[in-house]
Design a protein around this ligand. Structure first.
Ligand SMILES: Cc1ncc(COP(=O)(O)O)c(C=O)c1O
Length: 338
């Protein structure tokens, strides 16, 4: 508490708000659409033991409807733990450093978010590419391509789930295939689930990778955040779940080596407010995004045959097939046309 008071100065209302976080509300979504997660800062244990206890206790919730990522494991040491961090990209970089060595490789599924490429290379690791296959109206996962991309030094798989930019919302079968292959090859799964709440196709449901099997939970790090869902990226607040104690401690050590790993208090307050009160707003947002997607696709697809907007199961982004324009990626980029 002393730390908080120092951070917040005399603003008692913020201290009270933060102190009164309802752990349960943080973890349990009401609609069952996705995962609601909470915040446990390493400093909370000592600064605010009551809050830390409340949040940790809420891990005991059972994953009946896919709402909760982790079940409490039988060993207290292995209890699923979340921690707050400044951002998912920071966590991806930190995990690459903690769980692989220079020269090792990291498995990714292009086309995928640029940071999955760049941050791996920036850290002196190689990329093991398992491209998604183009279908008539989207992309698909092929387990044979996935396994064939694995090399002896492949240590990590960074999963984009739902997938940015294709919008694929991975099914239980697809996730199970990925999880089993990674387990067979001793590859740790980093599941970036930042887009989990933005499901555009109501027929699809986000299934947290770690919720499928206890062994998947133990062999994974799950990243989620309120930033995409509630438009809070400026407040630098995300959640990381590392059920396995050894992995959790190693990740924490690498954070400690790299930075002063405290979290923006305003970001935590905003996350708490969003998770607790944001559900109705999110429902309205989803209706709006679905209509925007449909409008944009219809307008572009009817205006030209050279650009095609692919149907998307998730994301507020549109993935456009621009090959009909006859430009290569480099000239399109330098032209500023993308
Ligand atoms: C797949 C994916 N992961 C992570 C991020 C960014 O996360 P953060 O701002 O927490 O670093 C984004 C933002 O575009 C994203 O699309």
């Amino acid at each position: 508490m002393a730390q908080l008071e120092t951070a917040l100065g005399s603003d008692k209302s913020l201290i009270d708000l933060w102190s009164n976080i309802q752990g349960d509300a943080l973890w349990k979504g009401r609609t069952g659409r996705g995962v609601r997660v909470g915040i446990v800062d390493s400093g909370v244990d000592t600064a605010h033991p009551e809050l830390a206890g409340k949040i940790k206790a809420s891990y005991q919730a059972v994953n009946e409807s896919g709402q909760i990522v982790f079940k409490e494991s039988t060993s207290g040491d292995q209890a699923g733990h979340g921690t707050a961090c400044a951002g998912i990209i920071t966590t991806l970089k930190t995990a690459v450093q903690a769980f692989s060595a220079p020269g090792d490789s990291v498995l990714i599924q292009p086309p995928v978010y640029a940071h999955f490429h760049n941050d791996v290379l920036l850290n002196g690791r190689h990329l093991a590419l398992a491209p998604l296959e183009r279908t008539d109206d989207g992309y698909q996962f092929n387990p044979r391509t996935f396994e064939a991309a694995i090399r002896p030094g492949t240590k990590l798989f960074i999963l984009s789930h739902p997938h940015n930019p294709t919008g694929n919302v991975w099914s239980a079968d697809e996730l199970t295939a990925m999880g089993e292959i990674c387990a067979r090859h001793g590859i740790l799964v980093i599941s970036d689930e930042i887009h989990q709440d933005l499901i555009i196709n109501p027929a699809r449901k986000h299934i947290p990778f770690a919720s499928l099997r206890p062994e998947f939970a133990r062999n994974s790090i799950t990243c989620t955040a309120p930033s995409k869902t509630f438009n809070l990226p400026g407040l630098q607040s995300a959640n990381v779940f590392v059920p396995d104690r050894r992995l959790r401690e190693e990740l924490a050590r690498q954070y400690e080596r790299n930075m002063f790993p405290l979290v923006n208090v305003l970001g935590m307050v905003a996350a708490e407010a969003a998770y607790t009160h944001g559900e109705p707003w999110l429902e309205e947002l989803l209706a709006y995004l679905r209509a925007n997607h449909a409008h944009f696709a219809a307008a572009v697809n009817s205006a030209t045959t050279k650009v095609r907007i692919l149907p998307a199961d998730s994301l507020y982004l549109a993935w456009m097939d621009c090959r009909g324009l006859g430009m290569d990626a480099a000239s399109a980029m330098s032209d500023g046309s993308t």
